[in-house]
Design a protein around this ligand. Structure first.
Ligand SMILES: [Zn+2]
Ligand SMILES: [Zn+2]
Length: 272
């Protein structure tokens, strides 16, 4: 199975998952995980999409917390469970995001850019009439704007995940094309004392690189970055801890001796 902690996963409390929390936890126990952190989606002002109305991905934090605490009690002797969130960033909702985080008690916050200029690159329609390279550049620019404006998070989510949805996947993706932009992004994350979500979804979806790719992970380390968490981004039990068997080798190849888990917003370091 690989590493024993999955720190990016969703349940039915996220708009795009139908998996009961219990089904995720029981699968985690079956896999031998020691800890799991739920990171349900909260994306304020999500734009209208082909299969979703505008304003989707609003987290009902109260029912999420209730369900989480009930399950934490039930499974307390079998697995260590944590209450997190994956917060969608957009430049025009910074104060709403700040308020949302301040009034809740999340133990771990992944900040992610899912939307570029009010549109969602998840859908094929987005890529029509645009080169993949142009979209990648737009995505990194939007990401940089977002993390210059919003600081109350622990790790930055799936940094180059937009590549997963390009019509030709990573065929037109070369990190060297965005060197200055990516360096500024990584330096901002490091200067703010934040980490990266090493996200394995692309690996178990048939791609060769995780998000972010090895080259970005290496650069983050070179620039002084130390904090990485490992997450499958599973939305169903069968994806939990997906390709975690590859991660020790992959991360040590990129220069990391330790990965992190979080409790109460504080990082704990674990040797690979
Ligand atoms: Zn995400
Ligand atoms: Zn996610």
């Amino acid at each position: 199975m690989g590493l024993p902690s999955d720190f990016h996963l969703h349940s039915e409390h996220s708009e795009d998952s139908t998996a009961p929390m219990k089904s995720m936890i029981e699968k985690g126990i079956e896999l031998g995980l020691l800890s799991m952190c739920f990171t349900e989606h909260m994306d304020i002002d999500y734009p209208e999409c082909p299969d979703l109305p505008a304003g989707s991905f609003i987290l009902n934090t109260d029912s999420y917390r209730r369900d989480f605490l009930a399950n934490k009690e039930i499974y307390k002797d079998r697995i260590d469970l944590h209450f997190g969130v994956e917060l969608g960033l957009q430049p025009h909702i910074v104060s709403e995001n700040i308020n949302f985080i301040e009034k809740n008690d999340f133990e771990f916050i992944i900040a992610s850019t899912h939307i570029i200029n009010h549109t969602d690159p998840y859908y094929p329609e987005f890529w029509k009439d645009k080169s993949d390279k142009k979209v990648f550049e737009e995505y990194f620019k939007e990401s940089l704007t977002n993390i210059k404006l919003f600081k109350n998070y622990d790790v930055y989510g799936h940094l180059d995940y937009v590549v997963r949805y390009a019509p030709e996947k990573d065929a037109n993706y070369s990190v060297a094309d965005y060197r200055d932009l990516l360096d500024e992004l990584l330096k901002t994350i490091i200067y703010d004392g934040k980490g990266l979500d090493l996200n394995t979804k692309a690996l178990y979806s048939g791609m060769k690189e995780p998000n972010p790719c090895r080259s970005i992970l290496k650069r983050y380390k070179e620039l002084g970055g130390e904090i990485i968490t490992i997450g499958s981004d599973a939305h169903k039990p069968s994806d939990l801890a997906g390709r975690f068997d590859l991660i020790s080798d992959l991360a040590t190849e990129c220069g990391f001796d330790y990965y992190c888990t979080f409790a109460d917003r504080k990082a704990a370091y674990h040797k690979f």
